[in-house]
Design a protein around this ligand. Structure first.
Ligand code: MBD
Ligand code: FE
Length: 281
């Protein structure tokens, strides 16, 4: 039987592609003709300018064609776009937000994870490796009132793999939806994730190797924090001192999103406090 260490780029890529096709995001594909024309023309003009400036050769043009074909074959369009493009879309989409900062969603969110009331412990294996982590926080509105919302949370395990995208992991491992109490307070127990390396054996990995870049994201915890009548925040939380906080391949780290974990009072691993403030809808 396969373990998470047998993960293949094309398998996680194709799962992410299938997940996107199933998601409600396809409902927003109806972009007005004028916008399509404007945006497509400007992107193409930027490509022409690069070709002229650097005198791109036929060999380079064919290498690009070959690579673009392999992105599709490996199912890595979600990975490619979320790693190299989404952070700017997120920046523009949230520029007027008054509440907490967010960041990109990335390719590995799965909706409808099992719900639990606070205090919650995320589903994990009996022998889940790593350090215990307890996160206490509150969901509030801009005036400081607690909001009885929820925290959807998903993250990689101690080896850097995500359930439902690497083989051998229980379906909902380290994923869950935690319901805050009536004052917006919540407590979530989990295991500290490891830094994450995007798959190196697929098209995105080929680009990274060909360019001499690195494939790393800092360790991170993904969340979607929401409450009725308020704007949902998609975010990621990071750990201080991670070697890749300053050179995340996905450019998704913001200083406001770096945690301050302390040794846990009960001696079990680490604990931290991190709150979210939501804008009205
Ligand atoms: C991830 O885990 C991730 O969060 C992003 C943004 C891209 C690739 C893998
Ligand atoms: Fe991630």
């Amino acid at each position: 039987t396969l373990s998470e260490f047998d993960a293949k780029a094309a398998e996680s890529g194709n799962k992410a592609t299938e997940r996107f096709k199933e998601s409600g995001k396809r409902a927003s594909l109806d972009v007005p003709k004028e916008r399509v024309s404007l945006l497509a023309r400007e992107v193409l003009e930027a490509v022409y300018a690069t070709i002229r400036k650097h005198k791109v050769t036929y060999a380079e043009y064919n290498a690009l064609k070959d690579w673009l074909i392999s992105v599709g074959e490996d199912g890595e369009w979600p990975l490619f776009l979320d790693v190299w493009v989404e952070h700017v879309v997120e920046e523009v989409a949230t520029e007027n937000r008054k509440g907490s900062k967010g960041t990109i969603e990335g390719p590995y969110y799965v909706p409808n994870s099992p719900e639990q009331p606070t205090p919650a412990r995320l589903p994990r294996r009996e022998d889940e490796p790593g350090t215990e982590l307890t996160w206490k926080g509150q969901i509030r509105d801009l005036d400081g009132n607690g909001l009885p919302g929820k925290v959807e949370i998903w993250h990689a395990d101690g080896a850097g793999f995500y359930s439902q995208y690497a083989p051998g992991l229980p379906e909902w491992n380290l994923r869950g939806t935690v319901l805050a109490d009536e004052n917006g307070n919540f407590e979530i127990q989990t295991m500290r994730p490891a830094p994450y390396q995007i798959p190196t054996d697929g098209a995105c990995g080929k680009l990274i190797a060909a360019a001499g870049w690195h494939a790393w994201r800092p360790a991170h915890i993904h969340v979607k924090v929401s409450a009725p009548g308020h704007e949902l925040i998609t975010a990621q939380l990071y750990f201080p001192g991670d070697a890749h906080n300053d050179d995340d391949i996905a450019s998704a780290v913001k200083p406001e999103l770096i945690l301050d974990p302390k040794p846990a009072a009960d001696g079990k691993g680490e604990e931290m406090v991190y709150d979210f403030v939501l804008d009205p809808e």
